[in-house]
Design a protein around this ligand. Structure first.
Ligand code: FES
Length: 158
């Protein structure tokens, strides 16, 4: 039995999405995504909750959650910086952004700052190549970045 529960709002979202699926056990992705929206990550306890909800075993949920890199399997910082590392962004200066983040916040991809505020991930193309280089900050895209623009964005988070 899991201690995790969706909030009332997330439970409503779950039911709404479920009404559009022919079979409840096909709802693995949205069910996990709702967990992550609520908690910021997907805990083992939440996986048990999802398994109960979808009539799956916890190991089936675990296999699914660990396959997709978009699911955080550990708590991450308040601000999740997803830095695109694919070709257009790389050519247009993603390495400068990465260096700036390392020099100012002190984190490399996969790390969370010591104050728990920022977490950096390097991700593949986000479909915003025309605005390269770009980051997603808690899923909001910031495009055509320079180090100065990134500095201003991160200062607003402090
Ligand atoms: S290469 Fe960065 S968004 Fe496409």
């Amino acid at each position: 039995m899991s201690k995790f529960k969706y909030t009332e709002e997330k439970e409503k979202e779950f039911q709404n999405i479920a009404s559009k699926y022919p079979k409840i056990d096909a709802m693995m992705l949205p069910a996990l995504w709702l967990v992550q929206e609520q908690e910021g990550w997907v805990s083992p306890d939440a996986m048990v909750f999802v398994a109960d909800k979808l009539n799956k075993t916890p190991i089936e949920v675990y296999e699914f959650a660990t396959f997709y890199t978009m699911f955080n399997l550990k708590p991450i910082g308040t601000y999740h910086i997803e830095l695109c590392k694919t070709l257009s962004c790389m050519i247009m200066g993603a390495q400068d952004l990465r260096r700036f983040i390392k020099d100012t916040i002190g984190i490399e991809p996969g790390q969370t700052s010591s104050d728990g505020k920022f977490h950096l991930s390097e991700v593949e193309c986000q479909g915003a190549c025309g605005g390269a280089p770009m980051i997603a900050l808690n899923h909001t895209y910031h495009e055509n970045l320079t180090v100065d623009k990134l500095k201003n964005i991160l200062e607003e988070c402090k």
